[in-house]
Ligand binder design. Structure first.
Ligand SMILES: [Fe+2]
Ligand SMILES: [Fe+2]
Length: 359
């Protein structure tokens, strides 16, 4: 057997020619340096929650392609200008949520790798990222078909168009504020806190698309909303499975943070589920009246936007489900007087940095 030293001294060309010989250093192998954490290395594929692994496999089988929706059936000439504008406006509002999904979950995926969450958690995050990219594509394609240049890259020429363009600008200004907050939240909060917000977003999304799927009169939107709704239900299932692992043994501190996050989620998501609550969204005073006019055009176009009252009922039902779930784990629910829901008053403790935007 050759001495390790002489093997090490052999020229590289000679070593490459054959298999060479194994080198066992005197005194044993040198331990590799510990990888400073957080870091995605060292690699491993730990599985603790089989149910999550199964959901991930199912997500691949259920995959669909937005490009395959019957887009030829979505024709600008079938709508009035106001209706086309209304639909574009609604998808621009939706995009504040659904089109942030890919970036939100891509970041969460990287975070899960860095925290060495078990493999199925990382894979499920990835699958949500994939799905949200499809949902974003639906916003993109719907807008491109009906209002080229939308959401913002077009020149309005009537008062209604100027109102829509301006409202969308204000909406994305707020989206930008929440994105800044989210970037900080990802590193700051535990999985339990992040996932309670995600869960609320998915509950909202599955509720929204179920309502829209039953309300729309257009075949393209019907197929789109059914498919998105099914994805959102799977996202909700992922969140619930993760939370069942995370919720037991929460400290009172974390529970209080979750209560605040639930109120923050209501504030954030109400923009698309219902109407934005007062005093938090940074909007000009004319935003809401104009928003209502634009939404009514989308509604008349057969998009499936529920009435104000139906939206309130729907949102209230979804929130009631969330309330039952979190209270089971001893987490107090925040007061949501806007929907006559009683609970802890946390309204004074919420700022933009608290909001974890999700959908
Ligand atoms: Fe989505
Ligand atoms: Fe989702």
């Amino acid at each position: 057997m050759a001495e390790p030293e002489s093997a090490a001294r052999r020229p590289a060309s000679e070593q490459a020619a054959g298999h060479g010989e194994l080198i066992i250093p005197d005194g044993g192998f040198w331990p590799a340096p510990q990888v400073p954490q957080p870091n995605i290395y060292p690699m491993e594929w730990r599985v603790e929650t089989e149910k999550l692994a199964a959901i991930y496999q199912k997500s691949k089988v259920m995959a669909w392609n937005p490009a395959d929706l019957p887009w030829d059936g979505l024709r600008a000439e079938d709508f009035s200008t106001e209706q086309r504008l209304g639909i574009m406006y609604w998808f621009s509002v939706l995009a504040n949520f659904d089109a942030s999904g890919p970036a939100v979950f891509a970041r969460a995926t990287i975070h899960a790798f860095e925290q060495h969450e078990e493999d199925p958690v990382r894979k499920c995050f990835f699958s949500i990222t994939r799905d949200e990219m499809n949902h974003e594509e639906c916003c993109q394609r719907s807008i491109a078909a009906l209002w080229p240049g939308g959401p913002l890259d077009w020149t309005p020429s009537t008062d209604l168009e100027r109102a829509a363009h301006n409202n969308i600008g204000w909406l994305y200004h707020n989206g930008g504020r929440y994105w800044s907050g989210y970037n900080k939240a990802v590193g700051k909060y535990s999985l339990a806190v992040l996932f309670t917000s995600f869960m609320m977003g998915e509950m909202a999304a599955s509720t929204l698309f179920r309502g829209m799927a039953s309300g729309t009169t257009h075949p393209v939107f019907s197929e789109m909303f059914h498919k998105i709704g099914r994805d959102e239900s799977r996202h909700l299932q992922i969140c619930m499975t993760i939370l069942e692992n995370e919720w037991p043994g929460l400290t009172d501190d974390v529970k209080a943070t979750i209560t605040r996050q639930l109120r923050a989620g209501f504030i954030f998501l109400s923009m698309i589920l219902w109407e934005p609550p007062d005093g938090f969204w940074d909007l000009p005073p004319y935003f809401l009246p104009n928003h209502r006019v634009l939404m009514s055009h989308a509604r008349q176009a057969g998009l499936g936007v529920l009435s104000y009252q139906e939206q309130a009922e729907n949102w209230k039902t979804a929130i009631a489900k969330i309330r039952v779930i979190v209270q089971r784990w001893g987490i107090e629910f925040p007061a949501i007087p806007e929907l006559d829901i009683e609970g802890v008053d946390v309204s004074a403790d919420i700022n933009p940095e608290d909001i974890i935007p999700v959908f």
